[in-house]
Design a protein around this ligand. Structure first.
Ligand SMILES: [Zn+2]
Length: 305
């Protein structure tokens, strides 16, 4: 839920106790495919508290937010993170931690895109992923003709794409984004795109929640499509999230679900999201490792080590 970021808790590296350090080293590595970086954000100005815990938001600058997110990533042994919008901020995060950050280019309205710039960034080896694509926030469906030049480019350059699907915080159309519609987050709207661009490497952010039957249909029919569990793994009621996750696993999609936090302006959301997966008692340890790590290695074609 990209556009709605609020941010919290500046946990500093210094604040980590010796015992926390040893427990983090014993944790197996995690890949977080849904992390946000910001240059500035309204939620910083408004000090919007963590929507789950009510805890105050404390990291309210680009630097503080980055450092607090890095500290959380260190605590949970996050080996790689796909970080998106704003792109120039993303590049600064990448410079601060080159081996950890996968730079991703996000946008809402495709008419803002400079395709030549994207080609150059890709050719320079900087741009490795597209996302978060928040076209839904701009009132644009995945299969809208305005999206076509972008899909074509992503397929041609063989770059993974993270597409926002599902919903957003309540009142979104009354607040930031008057063109936002719930119906535009339906994963079924991707079908014609997948027909036209069979080599597209796309993952459905927020696992299409609450469009369960539609995401099952799309992921069943198009085995190249993956999904992330961002935001729903810590912002939705735990039982409801587990029901959605369990249904996807029952459909045999466990090898294509990836861990994402979507921490937004609350870095501690990363730990809360990890807990959301770890507490899923219906998953085997192997299934959890797939979600936390193995599936993202496959989708992003990373070196397993
Ligand atoms: Zn989103």
């Amino acid at each position: 839920m990209k556009t709605f970021v609020f941010c919290l808790v500046a946990v500093t590296v210094l604040a980590l106790s010796a015992s926390a350090q040893s427990s983090e080293q014993s944790r197996p590595p995690i890949i977080d495919v849904h992390v946000h970086a910001y240059t500035k954000d309204e939620r910083w100005t408004q000090k919007v508290p963590n929507p789950r815990t009510g805890q105050p938001l404390t990291a309210t600058t680009e630097q503080a937010h980055m450092q607090a997110t890095f500290a959380e990533m260190k605590k949970y042994n996050i080996a790689k993170a796909v970080v998106s919008n704003d792109y120039q901020t993303v590049l600064r995060w990448k410079a601060a931690s080159p081996h950890q950050i996968i730079a991703s280019y996000g946008f809402d309205d495709p008419s803002s895109l400079d395709l030549e710039f994207l080609r150059k960034e890709h050719a320079a080896g900087r741009l490795m992923s597209f996302g978060e694509i928040g076209a839904q926030y701009a009132g644009i469906a995945p299969n809208d003709p305005k999206m076509e030049p972008f899909w074509k480019l992503a397929e041609e350059l063989d770059i993974p794409v993270g597409l926002h699907t599902g919903l957003a915080p309540p009142n979104t159309p009354y607040a930031c984004c008057p063109k936002f519609r719930t119906s535009l987050g339906n994963p079924a709207l991707l079908e014609e795109v997948l027909i036209r661009h069979p080599k597209l490497r796309v993952y459905l952010m927020h696992a299409g929640w609450p469009y369960l039957q539609e995401i099952r249909a799309i992921m069943h029919m198009y085995p190249q499509v993956y999904a992330d569990l961002g935001a729903i793994d810590w912002l939705r009621p735990r039982e409801e999230f587990h029901e959605h996750l369990r249904a996807l696993v029952l459909s045999g999609l466990g090898k294509r679900l990836m861990f994402g936090s979507d921490q937004m302006v609350w870095p501690e959301g990363i730990g809360m999201a990890i807990e959301g997966i770890e507490s899923a008692s219906f998953l085997t340890e192997e299934q959890k490792r797939d979600i936390f790590y193995n599936n993202a290695v496959t989708f992003f074609r990373l070196d397993k080590k």
